[in-house]
Design a protein around this ligand. Structure first.
Ligand SMILES: [Zn+2]
Length: 460
């Protein structure tokens, strides 16, 4: 009897929409139709894109502790309050408050002087008004640094992205230790400053900022990113004149921690309200551009997931939350706070999805979960593949949802858009609204909504 039913279900599924392995509790035929409707709605709606326009153009860059970050908190809360959700609330969180100050000056001073684009790394100290001038030692790794005498000098980390990687995130991962750990390593050897080649695949004239970390007991030295074209030029000049000097001036500083907030909107589940599915992005951004791809799109897509559920009258069986985390870029305090409170309140998160890789064409999801969670996600492959979601790979997640790991059996899921252009814009003045394509962004929101829908129906 059961087998007959299964075969019949399978036949219906195959005939009407897609072939799926028979699973008694799943209904691929109706799920396929629901997902189609999610995409229909997303692709014909301009609301989320207009929300992104407001966030990027009217509020702008939103570095933690800034008035713009505070405005973004108020505005996203108001947006979600206007959506008829079951609950909209904030979580207090103290965040670092670093300010860049005046635009930095970077100059190669050899036989001639050449201005180059630099940007102070987040958390860096300034140079003082007079600036800092010293000879330069070029290295390509933290290991190579150990072999050099850099006392009184500026260390220039110049290892480029490995462009042979297909996923640019892997190239970023292979280079970013220079930015994160370079200044401390250089200071330990007596260097007075650091410049780091910008984290991008491309040759550009813009500098890519990003956070660095100091270490207690190690001297803090000024650290800046230099554009890739600037880095190439400096490297060439050093080969001609090893004694040339680099001048850098920046008056960034760290102010006392500021009060800020995570912003959360929620639709309560009808059958299992205690099982929570989170979808989110980070509301803060670097201060240089408009925080469009990083991570305005992730935030607006997460709100869009809730809008799609409301607009289509889908009542999820499990609770869905859109979370705008604060302070991903230079502290992760929002993500840590969210996980801390989830634990304290004994909340049961079954899945956490993060969109923080840009608003580009969706490719799939990276899933960090146990064997059965991954196997279950794979049963949805045929439902997602028609929408270009072919990559359901094992392993993934994201910075903001990372702190939830280990709480119950929560699966951490990273939304994976195409990665080729992300590091053209990442952490720069050119990460602006104009770089976001509405269709690509909406496909991303629909991808997340579809996965959230399936998890809300069947658990994970
Ligand atoms: Zn980000």
């Amino acid at each position: 009897m059961q087998l007959k039913l299964k075969l019949r279900n399978l036949a219906i599924a195959a005939a009407t929409v897609v072939a799926m392995p028979a699973m008694a509790q799943q209904n691929p035929a109706s799920d396929s139709l629901t997902i189609r409707k999610i995409y229909d709605n997303a692709l014909t709606s301009y609301e989320s894109y207009e929300n992104l326009r407001y966030l990027t153009k009217n509020i702008g860059a939103r570095l933690s502790g800034s008035p713009q970050a505070a405005a973004a908190v108020d505005w996203t809360k108001k947006v979600m309050e206007g959506m008829g959700l079951d609950r909209v609330y904030v979580q207090e969180v103290m965040v670092p408050h670093w300010v860049r100050g005046e635009k930095e000056v970077g100059r190669i001073e050899g036989k001639r002087k050449h201005e180059v684009a630099i940007a102070a790394l987040g958390s860096s100290i300034g140079t003082g008004k007079k600036g800092l001038k010293a000879e330069v030692v070029e290295v390509h790794s933290l290991e190579e640094l150990k072999t050099k005498d850099v006392k009184g000098k500026i260390v220039f980390f110049n290892r480029p992205f490995d462009n042979k990687h297909i996923q640019t995130g892997a190239a970023y991962g292979g280079a970013v230790d220079q930015r994160g750990a370079g200044p401390v390593a250089a200071a330990k050897q007596g260097a007075v400053g650091v410049i780091v080649r910008s984290m991008t695949n491309d040759y550009q004239n813009v500098a890519h900022t990003g956070n660095t970390k100091y270490q207690d007991g190690v001297a803090k030295i000024p650290a800046a990113a230099i554009s890739t074209n600037g880095a190439e030029f400096l490297s060439k000049m050093l080969k001609e004149d090893a004694k040339l000097k680099f001048f850098m001036r920046m008056n960034c500083e760290t102010l006392p921690d500021a009060l800020s907030y995570n912003v959360i909107g929620e639709i309560k589940g009808t059958e299992k309200p205690d099982e929570i599915i989170v979808v989110g992005g980070h509301l803060d951004s670097w201060d240089l551009g408009e925080g469009a791809h990083d991570d305005g799109t992730g935030c607006m897509q997460s709100i869009e997931v809730l809008r799609l559920f409301k607009a289509m009258g889908i009542k999820p069986k499990r609770t869905i939350r859109a979370v705008m985390y604060m302070n991903e870029e230079n502290g992760l305090r929002g993500g840590l706070k969210y996980a801390e409170l989830a634990k304290k309140n004994n909340e049961n998160h079954i899945a956490a999805i993060e969109s923080d890789a840009g608003g580009f064409t969706p490719r799939g999801f990276g899933i960090d979960g146990n064997d059965s969670q991954y196997a279950k996600a794979l049963t949805w492959k045929n439902l997602l593949a028609p929408y270009g979601l072919h990559d359901l790979t094992r392993g993934g997640g994201g910075a903001d949802i990372g702190p939830l790991k280990g709480q119950g059996t929560v699966a951490l899921i990273g939304f994976r858009p195409d990665s080729q252009r992300y590091f053209d814009y990442h952490h720069t003045i050119i990460d602006t609204f104009e770089q976001v394509n509405r269709r690509e962004m909406q496909l991303g929101a629909a991808s997340m909504a579809s996965l959230v829908y399936l998890i809300s129906e069947y658990g994970l």
